[in-house]
Design a protein around this ligand. Structure first.
Ligand SMILES: [Zn+2]
Length: 151
Protein backbone atom coordinates (compact mmCIF):
# COMPACT_ATOMS: atom_id res chain seq x y z
CA UNK A 1 0.00 0.00 0.00
CA UNK A 2 1.03 3.58 -0.56
CA UNK A 3 2.52 5.68 2.24
CA UNK A 4 -0.46 8.02 2.28
CA UNK A 5 -2.86 5.09 2.80
CA UNK A 6 -0.74 3.75 5.68
CA UNK A 7 -0.59 7.23 7.20
CA UNK A 8 -4.37 7.65 6.95
CA UNK A 9 -5.10 4.16 8.34
CA UNK A 10 -2.66 4.77 11.22
CA UNK A 11 -4.31 8.10 12.10
CA UNK A 12 -7.83 6.61 11.91
CA UNK A 13 -6.84 3.64 14.12
CA UNK A 14 -5.22 6.01 16.63
CA UNK A 15 -8.41 8.12 16.76
CA UNK A 16 -10.55 4.99 17.15
CA UNK A 17 -8.64 3.65 20.17
CA UNK A 18 -8.12 7.02 21.90
CA UNK A 19 -11.44 6.96 23.83
CA UNK A 20 -10.46 3.61 25.40
CA UNK A 21 -6.92 4.38 26.54
CA UNK A 22 -5.20 6.84 28.81
CA UNK A 23 -2.21 8.64 27.27
CA UNK A 24 -0.03 11.55 28.42
CA UNK A 25 -0.76 13.46 25.19
CA UNK A 26 -3.44 12.61 22.61
CA UNK A 27 -1.74 14.65 19.90
CA UNK A 28 1.65 13.03 20.53
CA UNK A 29 -0.03 9.61 20.49
CA UNK A 30 -1.57 10.26 17.06
CA UNK A 31 1.75 11.63 15.70
CA UNK A 32 3.71 8.62 17.00
CA UNK A 33 1.16 6.14 15.63
CA UNK A 34 1.22 7.91 12.25
CA UNK A 35 5.04 7.78 12.21
CA UNK A 36 4.98 4.11 13.27
CA UNK A 37 2.57 3.41 10.41
CA UNK A 38 5.21 4.59 7.93
CA UNK A 39 8.17 2.77 9.51
CA UNK A 40 7.90 -0.75 8.00
CA UNK A 41 8.51 0.60 4.49
CA UNK A 42 12.09 1.57 5.38
CA UNK A 43 12.76 -1.64 3.41
CA UNK A 44 11.54 0.05 0.19
CA UNK A 45 13.94 2.55 -1.41
CA UNK A 46 11.19 4.83 -2.77
CA UNK A 47 8.94 4.75 0.30
CA UNK A 48 7.61 7.91 1.96
CA UNK A 49 9.66 7.25 5.09
CA UNK A 50 12.89 6.93 3.07
CA UNK A 51 12.09 10.15 1.23
CA UNK A 52 11.42 11.93 4.53
CA UNK A 53 14.41 10.42 6.31
CA UNK A 54 17.15 9.45 3.80
CA UNK A 55 19.33 7.96 6.58
CA UNK A 56 17.35 4.72 6.41
CA UNK A 57 17.84 4.40 2.63
CA UNK A 58 20.62 1.89 3.29
CA UNK A 59 18.11 -0.68 4.63
CA UNK A 60 16.68 -1.74 1.21
CA UNK A 61 20.23 -2.64 0.15
CA UNK A 62 20.32 -5.39 2.77
CA UNK A 63 16.67 -6.30 3.34
CA UNK A 64 14.05 -7.27 0.77
CA UNK A 65 10.74 -5.38 0.65
CA UNK A 66 8.11 -6.98 2.89
CA UNK A 67 10.69 -9.27 4.42
CA UNK A 68 12.13 -8.88 7.92
CA UNK A 69 10.88 -5.27 8.35
CA UNK A 70 7.32 -6.50 7.73
CA UNK A 71 7.60 -9.19 10.39
CA UNK A 72 6.46 -8.98 14.02
CA UNK A 73 10.09 -9.16 15.15
CA UNK A 74 10.83 -5.50 14.35
CA UNK A 75 7.94 -4.02 16.37
CA UNK A 76 8.90 -6.39 19.21
CA UNK A 77 12.46 -5.02 19.02
CA UNK A 78 11.22 -1.42 18.90
CA UNK A 79 9.08 -2.00 21.98
CA UNK A 80 12.00 -3.70 23.74
CA UNK A 81 14.30 -0.72 23.12
CA UNK A 82 11.76 1.84 24.35
CA UNK A 83 10.86 -0.37 27.32
CA UNK A 84 14.55 -0.53 28.24
CA UNK A 85 14.73 3.28 28.27
CA UNK A 86 11.46 3.43 30.27
CA UNK A 87 9.56 5.05 27.38
CA UNK A 88 6.69 2.55 27.12
CA UNK A 89 4.26 5.19 25.85
CA UNK A 90 6.50 6.04 22.87
CA UNK A 91 7.26 2.36 22.25
CA UNK A 92 3.64 1.22 22.39
CA UNK A 93 2.46 4.10 20.20
CA UNK A 94 5.08 3.36 17.52
CA UNK A 95 4.34 -0.37 17.70
CA UNK A 96 0.60 0.23 17.38
CA UNK A 97 1.22 2.29 14.22
CA UNK A 98 3.65 -0.33 12.96
CA UNK A 99 1.04 -3.08 13.41
CA UNK A 100 -1.62 -1.06 11.53
CA UNK A 101 0.84 -1.00 8.62
CA UNK A 102 1.49 -4.75 8.75
CA UNK A 103 -2.21 -5.62 8.89
CA UNK A 104 -3.09 -3.20 6.07
CA UNK A 105 -0.31 -4.62 3.89
CA UNK A 106 -1.84 -7.99 4.78
CA UNK A 107 -4.99 -6.82 2.96
CA UNK A 108 -3.05 -6.64 -0.33
CA UNK A 109 -2.52 -9.39 -2.89
CA UNK A 110 1.23 -9.29 -2.32
CA UNK A 111 0.56 -10.11 1.32
CA UNK A 112 2.74 -10.02 4.42
CA UNK A 113 4.68 -12.73 6.19
CA UNK A 114 4.48 -11.81 9.88
CA UNK A 115 7.05 -14.43 10.86
CA UNK A 116 9.65 -13.85 8.13
CA UNK A 117 12.11 -15.61 7.87
CA UNK A 118 10.79 -18.38 10.15
CA UNK A 119 7.65 -19.17 8.16
CA UNK A 120 6.30 -18.88 4.62
CA UNK A 121 2.70 -18.16 5.62
CA UNK A 122 1.34 -14.93 4.13
CA UNK A 123 -1.70 -12.91 5.15
CA UNK A 124 -3.28 -11.74 1.86
CA UNK A 125 -6.28 -9.70 0.80
CA UNK A 126 -7.99 -8.25 -2.28
CA UNK A 127 -6.22 -4.87 -2.61
CA UNK A 128 -3.52 -4.11 -5.14
CA UNK A 129 -1.11 -1.28 -4.28
CA UNK A 130 -1.67 1.97 -6.15
CA UNK A 131 -4.92 0.92 -7.84
CA UNK A 132 -8.32 2.63 -7.91
CA UNK A 133 -9.51 0.28 -5.16
CA UNK A 134 -6.71 1.57 -2.90
CA UNK A 135 -7.66 5.16 -3.76
CA UNK A 136 -11.25 4.35 -2.74
CA UNK A 137 -9.99 2.84 0.52
CA UNK A 138 -7.85 5.94 1.12
CA UNK A 139 -10.82 8.27 0.52
CA UNK A 140 -12.98 6.14 2.83
CA UNK A 141 -10.35 6.27 5.59
CA UNK A 142 -9.99 10.07 5.21
CA UNK A 143 -13.79 10.34 5.48
CA UNK A 144 -13.59 8.22 8.64
CA UNK A 145 -10.94 10.55 10.10
CA UNK A 146 -13.07 13.61 9.32
CA UNK A 147 -16.17 12.00 10.89
CA UNK A 148 -14.14 11.00 13.96
CA UNK A 149 -12.71 14.53 14.36
CA UNK A 150 -16.03 16.33 13.83
CA UNK A 151 -18.33 14.09 15.92
ZN1 LIG B 1 4.65 -2.03 3.72
Amino acid sequence: MLGRTHLAIGILCALLVLPFISVPSKLLFVILVAFGALLPDVDHEKSKINRLCPVTKIIPVFFKHRGFFHSLFVPALIYGVFWYFNEQFVGLSLVFGYLTHLVSDGMTRMGVNFLHPLSNWQMRGPFETGTFAETLLFVGVIAGIVVKLVF
